[in-house]
Design a protein around this ligand. Structure first.
Ligand SMILES: [Zn+2]
Length: 331
């Protein structure tokens, strides 16, 4: 029996539509929504997000809040507050500032982010937080350029290593970057549970180990004390990769999760699926559960119909996902 089946939901400012959407999600067999909050929506859309969480709870769906932007989550999403505080920002080895990105080691940026997490948790009272693809920025000329080499990082590095932070991406620098990210994640996830002891922390790391986003190994996941669910999103249909690639990342995620004594969540794409490839959606869900996934999630509701990321045949893609969801719920 799977622990959770989630669907990403952006929310909607019209309560009647929210109710219809959530009823459809519940009746389709999902057990939770992963509710997206972009930084630009907070706090202006706080009330509408609160309505979504409350209605979901009433219907019997859990809500996990997915923070987008806020200086660190989902590489393509931007921040509003971070650019107004340039001293918080990531700086590359050539001294260039990246105004949309917060440095994971910067204490003031962390304080601000914790305040946002506090506002979100205390106002919305969700079941958990979904930490979506935390990452360092990838400069255009990576790996010749890399972040972060801001003043705080240089001071931390010197204290830990006894010498100046190199300008090249040495092994020590790679390790420092990764350690900085996991230290930041432990801090922010721990804060979420300090605010509300019942919060379920779900961490979604991208399925890649090049280190370009800061993380080259999942081993440090084993040391995250506040983690409840480890997650990854191997979107093989969208990125035209072989099914074996998907299976490989599912296996890795399940393996790390077992060793860390946390649940494993696998995301299956409902975005950019070409017409005719809908059976691959079904196959992915079934196989991920067979390989040991405790939870399945999909991005996003109704196959993103109407958006740039829509599946080519959103009705068919959504229908296929529902068929897979019903099947894994019955197991
Ligand atoms: Zn830094």
């Amino acid at each position: 029996m799977v622990w959770d089946v989630s669907v990403a939901y952006y929310g909607c400012p019209y309560p009647k539509h929210v109710e219809a959407d959530l009823n459809e999600i519940y009746e389709s067999g999902f057990t939770s929504i992963t509710l997206c909050i972009n930084e630009y929506e907070w706090p202006s859309l706080m009330k509408t997000k609160k309505i979504v969480v409350e209605k979901a709870r009433k219907i019997g769906l859990r809500t996990f809040i997915d923070v987008h932007g806020f200086g660190f989550f989902v590489p393509s999403h931007f921040s509003i507050s971070v650019p107004s505080n340039l001293e918080w920002c990531e700086v590359d080895n050539r001294g260039r500032i990246y105004p949309l990105r917060g440095c994971p080691n910067n204490p003031d940026y962390r304080t601000w982010l914790k305040k946002k997490v506090y506002e979100i948790i205390t106002n919305l009272r969700p079941d958990g937080m979904f930490w979506d693809e935390p990452s360092l920025i990838v400069p255009r000329d990576w790996p010749n350029s890399w972040t972060c080499r801001c003043q705080v990082c240089r001071e931390n590095f010197r204290r830990e290593h006894g010498h100046d932070m190199p300008e090249d991406l040495t092994e020590e620098v790679k390790e420092f970057r990764q350690k900085s990210m996991f230290n930041f994640l432990e801090d922010i996830m721990g804060e979420a549970q300090r605010i509300d002891g019942g919060i379920v922390n779900i961490l979604c790391l991208m399925p890649e180990h090049t280190g370009r986003y800061g993380i080259y190994s999942w081993e440090p996941v084993l040391g995250l004390k506040s983690l409840n669910v480890f997650s990854t999103d191997p979107y093989w249909i969208w990125f035209n990769r072989p099914f074996d690639w998907f299976l490989e990342w599912v296996t890795r995620a399940v393996n790390v999760s077992r060793r860390a004594s946390v649940k494993a969540q696998i995301w299956v794409e409902l975005i950019k699926v070409p017409s005719g490839r809908e059976p691959d959606i079904y196959k992915s869900v079934i196989k991920a559960v067979e390989l040991g996934a405790d939870a399945i999630a999909t991005w996003s509701f109704r196959a993103e119909e109407g958006s740039e990321l829509s599946c080519e045949n959103p009705d068919e893609a959504w229908k296929t996902m529902i068929k897979a969801v019903k099947e894994i719920r019955e197991k």
